[in-house]
Design a protein around this ligand. Structure first.
Ligand code: PMP
Length: 652
């Protein structure tokens, strides 16, 4: 629902309006800001919408939200029309910059190329810089603050105007329309600092609002705004006062750039896929024509597989495969229903018992995947009144579980216990849950679980660990990080989640916990309740895999030895790499392009490795993610290290 101008339009009776401004920050750093005008009856709704927006920001919950409500005489508010909108296609940042320069020249800017360079060199500013349109001299009084356009709103009540959701486009159009109407401002250039938003614009009264599709690479968090001023210096103050203080309502703001055009579903998909391709983020499935294992045939090419999570090489093990076959014969190919209807068969219950014993808990609950286990458990335990404390590098399924729970989410810096403690100390939530990968999927490092447990106990929080990459790999018996650190009983996390799909060579996920927590999970977890259960064959396969893991402990130690071997082989060839505590060896590859190129070259040498880029990891942290299996030979790992070093160190 939209509260602000909608009610403003209905009741023109009162002489005053209210300006509501929200600013939020975390650790002193700006997170989000927004503002609306409203008449008196709509103020509470606007405040609540803006608070929701501040608190549900994708970068996490801010630690400070400031909402200010001020009255404004209605007579001081002016209405102006929105600039006309059009879009210039640009396939590369350079094409976008060229288009912007052409438009700025047309608008009367003397040397647009140099102006854009000035912006690039200025570093990150929250406000806009003002440049003299003829001399490009910087004119704003405070270079670090810049000029901040405020006191504006759109008069439209379209969904894009809903206070609790940001609409990049309509909010930018409101700002650009106000700016273009300021005295002496002849043009504006803007590129967002949001790394996921590459479209920018040039705006002026004559050109209108010209969206430029691509002004930077996807993942680039550099942005900025320039106002070009062409008027007497003595009147610059008046222009700045107008931008910062004049109350302006913009009429006729469309919700989306092409909202007048009706599109089919396929046309919408084509546009979005096009955007992904141009951002270098389009993905396709490589088709395997071979059984799981350390070597395989992908897209017709034989290769050494250095990116499988089948760490103990059990997916193809004859004992595991025949357990699956046998179970399918006895129990059927499918279960015919969810766990709470026909979907709990004897193999499900038996496997739960074994998993609970493996992790030293009373109970376990099986899910269809590790993904749905994470999503379901977090949502089962946490609700709106609660807070989840989540490591910034946690797996996507944890992030989605946090979203599904509607709890407030405090994201702490990777493995930084001071940050976790700061956030725990501030929270007065009903329930607190600290969630972390135990071995991080992209970095291969281990969470400092003993410290996390100490903090959680001090601040009354429960703990959940994701053992997807630890089960079968970490701890002498492959039982995971609790075994590794010797944490038992009260010292162990309340929820130990894992997956059957990696070291156990099957499919499915699980959580181990106390009997009463398991009961809660079965009664609350939506991904458990509303989805048909795993086939018995998958449960039986995982059960057989547990037998093999326990009777052949060499597999667990060999996978870690292989990780150590590959890491040393890389380092002896001058390649710095991370990981080592489990089967994941991340190899920093420099830029995103370098990572993709190296992976492509390795594929042509017959080595399958994943190039991991933004948004899976931060921009600039692109890497090759190597994973080893217990069955890789030293010759294979030496061969891979030689080739990787050749491409990353030798530049070959
Ligand atoms: N957690 C982590 C850390 C993972 O890496 C993965 C799989 N990539 C999952 C959960 C999800 O497990 P599954 O593949 O069984 O859905």
């Amino acid at each position: 629902m939209y509260w602000g101008m909608d009610s403003l339009k209905r009741t023109e009776s009162s002489d005053v309006l209210f300006s509501v401004k929200m600013r939020s920050s975390s650790g002193g750093r700006h997170v989000s800001g927004a503002e609306r005008f409203s008449d008196e009856s709509g103020v509470c709704g606007v405040v609540s919408g803006l608070a929701t927006r501040a608190l549900s920001h994708e970068r996490g919950t801010p630690d400070m939200v400031n909402i200010r409500v001020e009255s404004v005489p209605r007579g001081e508010v002016v209405h102006i029309p929105a600039l006309k909108v059009r879009t210039e296609r640009a396939d590369t940042p350079q094409a976008g910059i060229d288009a912007a320069a052409r438009l700025l020249l047309k608008a009367g800017v003397a040397d647009p190329g140099r102006a854009l360079e000035i912006l690039r060199c200025a570093g990150q500013m929250r406000g806009a810089m003002i440049l003299d349109a003829r001399t490009l001299e910087r004119l704003e009084p405070d270079f670090s603050r810049g000029v901040r356009v405020t006191n504006m709103d759109s008069s439209e009540a379209h969904p894009g105007g809903v206070s609790s959701v940001k609409n990049h486009f309509s909010e930018a159009l409101v700002l650009a329309s106000k700016t273009a109407s300021a005295p002496g401002i002849i043009a504006e250039f803007c590129v967002s600092d949001d790394p996921g938003y590459v479209t920018g614009y040039v705006a002026s009264r004559d050109l209108g609002y010209v969206r430029i599709e691509k002004l930077k690479e996807y993942g680039d968090s550099r942005g900025g705004r320039i106002f070009f001023y062409d008027g007497p210096k003595a009147e610059l103050d008046a222009a700045i006062r107008y931008l910062e203080q004049k109350c302006v309502v913009v009429d006729g703001v469309p919700p989306y750039p092409d909202s007048h055009v009706m599109k089919t579903a396929d046309e919408n998909a084509v546009a979005e896929l096009d955007m992904l391709r141009r951002s270098g983020l389009y993905r396709e499935c490589a088709v395997s024509e071979s059984c799981a294992g350390p070597r395989g045939v992908f897209d017709g090419r034989e290769c050494l597989v250095l990116c499988s999570n089948d760490y103990l090489d059990l997916a193809r093990d004859s004992r595991v495969v025949s357990a699956a076959e046998k179970a399918a014969g006895v129990w059927g190919a499918g279960t015919g229903g969810a766990r709470l209807t026909t979907g709990t068969q004897v193999p499900h219950v038996e496997l739960e018992r074994r998993l609970a014993a493996l992790k030293g808990k009373d109970s376990a609950v099986l899910f269809n995947s590790g993904y749905t286990a994470n999503a379901g458990v977090i949502q089962a335990y946490c609700g709106r009144e609660d807070a989840v404390f989540s490591d910034e590098l946690n797996h996507a399924s944890i992030i989605d579980g946090c979203r599904l729970s509607r709890a407030s989410v405090a994201v702490y810096r990777h493995c930084r216990m001071d940050d976790l403690e700061r956030l725990l100390a501030q929270s007065s939530a009903r329930r607190k849950l600290v969630v972390t990968d135990s071995v991080f999927s992209m970095d291969g490092d281990m969470a400092p679980l003993p410290e996390i447990m100490r903090l959680a106990r001090r601040y009354g929080a429960a703990v959940m660990i994701d053992e997807a990459h630890a089960t079968g790999v970490v701890g002498a018996g492959g039982r995971g990080v609790c075994e590794n650190f010797g944490l038992e009983g009260d010292e162990a996390p309340e929820f130990v989640m894992g997956t059957l799909s990696k070291a156990l060579g099957s499919a499915g996920g699980f959580v181990c916990c106390s009997a009463v927590l398991a009961d809660l999970v079965r009664n609350r977890a939506r991904t458990f309740i509303f989805s048909t259960s795993l086939p018995a064959s998958a449960a039986a396969a995982a059960d057989a895999a547990l037998d093999v893991m326990m009777s052949e402990p060499w597999r667990v130690s060999r996978v870690r030895e292989n990780a150590e071997y590959l890491a040393s082989a890389l380092e002896s060839r001058g390649v710095v790499c991370g990981g080592r505590c489990a089967a994941i060896i991340p190899v920093p590859a420099g830029g995103e392009e370098a990572a993709v190129l190296a992976a492509r070259r390795l594929a042509s040498d017959g080595i399958l490795v994943s190039a991991i880029r933004y948004p899976s990891v931060a921009l600039g942290a692109a890497r090759l993610r190597c994973t080893v299996m217990c069955s890789h030979t030293h010759e294979e790992l030496d061969f891979a290290a030689e080739k990787i070093a050749g491409y990353l160190v030798g530049g070959g």
